[in-house]
Design a binder for this molecule. Structure first.
Ligand code: SF4
Length: 450
């Protein structure tokens, strides 16, 4: 009997949800080509690194990962290694020059060319680079969007690129100008996902609030949310990332009006100092940000608000940092991601002379993280004794006897009791709030949260 030689692929993803989404779709494309998923890079015939260059650290991680894969290539010369995503877009041919064992480089809008590139590599063995950016068609129209093994939650890209040019950010240079995907393609993709059992979709873009205002979009963001709400089978809708300057009153109102829109928003603040916000080219003041927070809470009192904060931006003086601390105390975020500023290629801020020292940045980072830890714990406390709906995502990472899932407000809940399959919507009572998660217990079947 002939033994079929099935090829395996391994994808390592760095960075944001956009990259996770791109990697999923590359995986579906490879499965369509007869590849199977490898559990580890050592088993793979093809390794694909989907990379991130938004901050210095993830970019460095890409280079160390490539270093690790060199040994695998030496042991198995037939192994193919490819690099995609933002580092690939930025470095292009340079990656092939620097890493002699990398076989191909694929830019952020070139993913659909993977199939052809693999064919060429098999035929000629010639290393390949594809990093076209502007004027490219929507790559997602050319990639398979779901597989029968889709999970209960799925990402859906609604736009590409960004026109905001925040002075610290590399995204406009590696993802291109902002383009909205046509709503009919987005809605078709979500209908397909719903028919595979997907219950929760997260609409993705660098700046989802301006959906429809740029080439390609023919309806506004709130209209898009209304259309997704009408798709049967979709129980939860999320979106990320929002830009505070484009968050409309209409969108704040949608949180009180659309029953499937989950009560969570990620609204990057970056700094609480107006002077620094101006230097960052963010397009809003702290008072404007605060007004948007109040509008959201008026429409949806339970909404959970998370953010991104940056410390050590060039020129950030002690009083600028104090203004950030004050904003954290005022807004009372549920949680935030915080970072130290780092110079990124092509950005304007890398040319600013008044850099903040590493020591000062580190001290500021630790200060806001300690403050937020306290606030998160207090914010989590408000859930104790309340009944919530949780979408089960699998076994708890801390206790294999327990299940884990997320509330509509995106809080992680671990709970014991009868195990429900992934994707089940279960009713729980929250018994305890911890620093980063909640503990719940199952309600007797038939009881529903108020
Ligand atoms: S809004 Fe600013 S930070 Fe966000 S992707 Fe665009 S340029 Fe980067």
């Amino acid at each position: 009997m002939a033994i079929m030689n099935i090829k395996k692929f391994f994808i390592q993803t760095f960075g944001c949800q956009m990259n996770v989404y791109d990697s999923e779709r590359v995986g579906y494309l490879l499965e369509g080509e007869g590849y199977e998923r490898a559990e580890a890079p050592e088993e793979a015939d093809l390794i694909f690194l989907n990379t991130c260059s938004v901050r210095e650290k993830p970019a460095q991680k890409v280079y160390s990962a490539l270093g690790r894969f060199q040994g695998l290539k030496e042991r198995n010369p037939r192994l193919l290694i490819g690099v995609g995503g933002c580092v690939a877009q930025q470095e292009g041919e340079g990656l092939l020059e620097r890493f002699s064992y990398v076989d191909f480089v694929l830019g952020t809008k070139e993913l659909p060319r993977l199939k052809g590139i693999l064919k060429d590599l098999e035929g000629s063995g010639k290393r390949q680079t594809a990093i076209g950016l502007e004027g490219r068609v929507d790559p997602y129209a050319l990639l398979p969007s779901y597989s029968p093994r889709s999970k209960a939650c799925s990402f859906v890209s609604i736009m590409q690129g960004c026109d905001n040019y925040c002075t610290y950010c590399v995204v406009p240079f590696v993802r291109g100008r902002e383009v909205s995907r046509p709503s009919r393609d987005i809605l078709e993709e979500i209908r397909s996902l719903a028919s595979c059992g997907v219950k929760e979709v997260t609409l993705l873009g660098q700046n989802v609030n301006s959906y429809g205002q740029k080439p390609g979009g023919e309806i506004g963001f709130v209209q898009l949310l209304e259309a997704v709400e009408a798709i049967s089978g979709i129980e939860r809708i999320r979106f990320t990332t929002s830009h505070p300057k484009d968050l409309s009153g209409d969108l704040a109102g949608a949180f009180g009006r659309l029953s499937r829109l989950c009560e969570h928003i990620h609204l990057p603040l970056q700094s609480g100092s107006d002077r620094i916000l101006r230097r960052m080219n963010r397009g809003y003041t702290r008072e404007e940000y605060w007004e948007k927070v109040q509008a959201l809470r008026r429409n949806c009192p339970d909404i959970s608000i998370t953010a991104d904060l940056m410390v050590g931006f060039p020129g950030e003086a002690e009083e600028d940092f104090a203004a950030t601390v004050k904003m954290i105390e005022r807004v009372q975020f549920d949680e935030f991601f915080s970072f130290k500023y780092s110079d990124r290629p092509q950005t304007r801020a890398r040319l600013f002379a008044d850099k903040v020292s590493e020591d000062v940045s580190q001290r500021r980072l630790e200060e806001i993280q300690t403050l937020q830890k306290k606030i998160t714990r207090q914010r989590n406390k408000r859930w104790e004794g309340r009944e919530v709906e949780v979408l089960v995502e699998g076994r708890s990472k801390t206790n294999a006897e327990e299940s884990a899932g997320r509330t509509r407000t995106r809080h992680l809940v671990n709970f014991s009791g009868k195990y429900d399959p992934d994707g089940a919507l279960v009713k729980l009572k929250i018994t305890k709030a911890l620093a980063h998660s909640l503990i719940g217990e199952a309600l007797p079947r038939g009881e529903t949260p108020s």
